[in-house]
Design a protein around this ligand. Structure first.
Ligand SMILES: Cc1cc2nc3c(=O)[nH]c(=O)nc-3n(C[C@H](O)[C@H](O)[C@H](O)COP(=O)(O)O)c2cc1C
Length: 327
């Protein structure tokens, strides 16, 4: 149920996926509190972080005592990614993950993310630069390949492992699939077979049965979960319970759910400041209201509220069917 890296253990073997605009410090903190083996930051652009471009360093922010956080770096220049790696290690990152899976045109156009699957020599130079720069474990996240004619995750993974990468996550889609169709967990199996390092299976894993099926089909050492945790920060802990029979998380209901969402909202306002925080929080509130089946009119009111106090006044009614309207 655990994954061993040098001097570190990931237990349980259920990891929160990096998601830009979503897995910020407040969300990672919340998911960690319910239980996750590891949580991964949003992708952080290396050069922009080292050069302190506005809003970039916040993505790599780690809380005090944060022991289960990896920071994910993206980049295409070995110098900048190594500098960024040194910086995030000095700030307390326990693991540094390198992004070679992001399909976004903005990222691929800059020849980072999954574009690196078409230039393995450059990908390897980035890996070598990061491994040489830091002493914490370095991991890699990738897709099956660029497209179905270029399924090279095994080649990338084994060259990266030879260069010192300690764990590989494979999203069971190609870059050209973006997020379409279903993730192919069985297609991850050859990568697992080819490598001596642990592999995480990723893509469309939302609950315990999904996780068991993904592990059975791929033979992976663990799972990485992204969208399944949106609006359900306890999802990873529930998956770990299903896989290993460990104590089930206390899934908050009624007033407890409202309290959890209010605390998450306040944490976001504190982290981003009220004005930006209010906007960033809306997508999380939308997912919480999906979970709670909030009626459409009330949902709209919450998502257009212009002041934190207004949001907090509406949340009990929006999230708890039994709540009384505040006088
Ligand atoms: C909104 C969004 C943002 C994402 N941002 C990143 C990112 O910053 N780095 C990365 O490696 N993958 C990123 N991903 C991909 C996820 O980490 C994950 O591989 C993908 O969503 C499949 O897993 P899931 O089905 O469990 O969500 C992102 C995905 C989404 C939906």
């Amino acid at each position: 149920m655990s994954i061993r890296l040098a001097h570190q253990e990931i237990a349980p073997n259920v990891v929160l996926a990096p998601m830009a605009g979503i897995t910020d410090l407040p969300f990672r903190r919340l998911v960690s509190r319910f239980g996750a083996g590891l949580v991964v930051s949003e992708m952080v652009a290396s050069q922009e972080m080292v050069q302190a471009k506005p809003g970039v360093r916040e993505r790599a922010e780690l809380g005090f005592g944060e022991t289960r956080s990896a920071v994910q770096l993206a980049g295409r220049d070995p110098y900048w990614i190594a500098e960024a790696a040194r910086m995030v290690e000095a700030n307390g990152a326990r693991i540094i993950d390198i992004n070679m899976g992001c399909p976004a045109k903005k990222v691929v156009g800059g020849l980072s993310g999954s574009a690196l699957m078409r230039d393995l020599d450059l990908a390897l130079r980035l890996v070598e630069a990061v491994v040489a720069a830091v002493s914490v474990p370095v991991t890699l996240k990738t897709r099956l390949g660029w497209d179905h004619d270029c399924l090279n995750a095994s080649e990338l993974g084994s060259r990266a492992a030879d260069a010192g990468v300690q764990m590989l996550t494979v999203h069971g889609r190609t870059r050209c699939q973006f997020y379409k169709g279903r993730a192919d967990w069985a297609a991850i199996a050859p990568v697992v077979d080819a490598l001596d390092i642990p592999v995480l299976a990723n893509g469309d894993i939302c609950n315990g049965p999904d996780a068991r099926a993904a592990l059975a089909a791929s033979g992976a050492a663990g799972v990485m979960v992204g969208r399944g945790a949106q609006g359900r920060p306890w999802a990873l802990a529930e998956i770990a319970t299903d896989l290993h029979g460990q104590p089930a998380p206390q899934v908050p209901e009624g007033r407890d759910f409202v309290d959890m969402v209010e605390d998450h909202h306040k944490d976001m306002l504190g982290f981003y400041g009220a004005s930006l925080g209010l906007r960033v929080a809306r997508k999380h509130l939308g997912w919480y209201m999906d979970t709670a089946n909030t009626p459409a009119a009330l949902r709209r009111e919450v998502l257009t509220a212009a002041a934190p106090a207004q949001v907090h006044a509406l949340l009990p009614l929006a999230l708890d069917a039994h709540a009384e309207m505040a006088a």
